[in-house]
Write a protein that binds this ligand. Structure first.
Ligand code: AMP
Length: 319
């Protein structure tokens, strides 16, 4: 079976180390994984999923920033396609078709909707329909493997349900059921307050932080005085340093939170610096970044156009 990898990142704010370890690192690693030799690889900048966070020029800039981020972490345009979700109107068109396959009570179980509702605000329809648009992003390209963080597991279940429903209602075997692709040791990456690291909670460590930012953020990590090992410091530390080494370090420095935080600052900076420098270098050649995006956009446009032609025919839409 032909394998196709697809995933995306929202251009809502700068990506953080939770995005990297939860999902983006897999984008890079899968490029060199023998299991995915010959697989098509697509990494989207999912701007339509972000209309609530950015407006106008800020949105365009944030999208370009994600293209730079992708290249800086090691996505190789000779192997993978980087593209902008809104480059064509095919994704929302497919999402509209899919919205007729799922019920409101079913979507009300979605975690994004539930989280938004729990905040006591009126939930925008875009948030409610987020999983439907995500299903369109994935099924458009017949993706078989979707590298995402564990918080997206439910969205993949909804995507499979939509694929099954479409095939059943139209009596076809058109859509394949995609699998999430997660690294089991990396569950949810916690933020500096111990809760899920998230751009919207303001508890995140940006992936391209400067040394000064790292210092400031690590100093703010909440430490619980009840234990010799500061749990929240360790949870972030183990992402960037071997746990065997950490065992000795934390044993030697039991209860010495300041020393442990200083070691974490150094380790995080060593880890982030090469990404930061690569990004800086790439930002001096924006023509290259735009060219990469142009090629990815054109390639995915052709596929989406062809697939939407087939899908609309199945649905009896268009002439
Ligand atoms: P976003 O662009 O916010 O949708 O996130 C991009 C990817 O990062 C998605 O696959 C998310 O599942 C993943 N992700 C976001 N936050 C975390 C976290 N704290 N830990 C692990 N993965 C995450």
């Amino acid at each position: 079976m032909k394998k196709t990898i697809l995933s995306g990142v929202r251009p809502s704010a700068r990506p953080h180390i939770g995005n990297y370890f939860g999902a983006m690192k897999q984008f890079v690693d899968m490029q060199y994984d023998k299991d995915f030799d010959g697989a098509d690889k697509y990494f989207a900048i999912v701007d339509l999923h972000t209309l609530d966070a950015n407006k106008g020029e800020a949105m365009r800039q944030a999208s370009i920033d994600i293209a730079l981020d992708y290249l800086a972490i090691g996505i190789d345009p000779k192997i993978s396609n980087i593209f902008l979700q809104s480059y064509t109107s095919y994704h929302p068109e497919l999402a509209m078709i899919f919205s007729y396959l799922v019920t409101v009570p079913y979507l009300m179980r979605g975690h994004l909707y539930k989280d938004a509702e729990a905040k006591g605000k009126e939930v925008i329809a875009g948030t409610f329909l987020y999983p439907v648009l995500m299903a369109a992003d994935i099924l458009m390209y017949d993706a078989t493997h979707v590298p995402v963080g564990i918080d997206n597991k439910q969205h993949l279940e909804i995507t499979r349900e939509i694929a099954r429903k479409f095939n059943h209602e139209y009596n076809v075997e058109y859509f394949k059921e995609p699998k999430e692709y997660m690294i089991s040791e990396v569950q949810l990456v916690p933020g500096i307050d111990g809760k899920k690291m998230s751009k919207s909670y303001g508890n995140h460590i940006p992936l391209f932080s400067t040394r000064e930012e790292i210092e400031k953020l690590v100093k703010k990590i909440v430490t619980d005085s009840g234990s010799d090992i500061p749990e929240n410091v360790y949870a972030i530390h183990k992402l960037v340093r071997d746990e065997k080494e950490l065992k000795d370090i934390y044993e030697e420095n039991k209860g010495k939170y300041k020393i442990l935080k200083d070691i974490l600052i150094g380790d995080l900076d060593n880890f982030i610096r090469p990404f930061r420098e690569k990004r800086e270098e790439l930002s001096k050649n924006m023509d290259y970044v735009y060219e990469v995006l142009k090629q990815g956009n054109e390639k995915t446009k052709q596929i989406a156009q062809m697939r939407m032609g087939e899908i609309k025919k199945i649905c009896g839409l268009g002439m």
